[in-house]
Design a binder for this molecule. Structure first.
Ligand code: ZN
Length: 115
């Protein structure tokens, strides 16, 4: 009987580790302002929302139109941006958001910041 529980514990270990990892990620995301905006826990003037990105007005605009585009899932490393299609997704979201505001997209005026 004791051996059964040892095997059961070993079989469940990956599940427990996965759930613990998800809990850590969830706790980290709760502290991220951009995730809070994406999830609607923080206010923002949203221009565009898709399944992959959210574009909203900066609260301290540096120009007439100053938008921020963030992915809908938390990204904590620049390496993840390089590995996936997140950059292309954000650029397309910014392009669509600007178009919805009647602003012509100009790649020279699109910048990237990491916080
Ligand atoms: Zn985040």
């Amino acid at each position: 009987m004791g051996l059964f529980f040892v095997f059961l514990s070993l079989a469940l270990l990956p599940v427990v580790l996965f759930l613990a990892w998800r809990l850590v990620v969830w706790r980290l995301n709760r502290k991220c302002l951009f995730c809070a905006i994406v999830e609607g826990r923080a206010a923002a003037k949203i221009v565009l929302r898709s399944s992959d990105a959210v574009v909203f007005h900066d609260i301290k605009p540096l120009g007439e139109i100053h938008l921020l585009a963030v992915p809908t899932s938390h990204v904590d490393s620049i390496h993840k941006l390089r590995a996936g299609k997140t950059l292309e997704i954000l650029e397309e979201a910014a392009r669509q958001a600007l178009a919805s505001l009647g602003v012509k997209y100009d790649s020279k005026r699109v910048d990237m910041h990491f916080v």
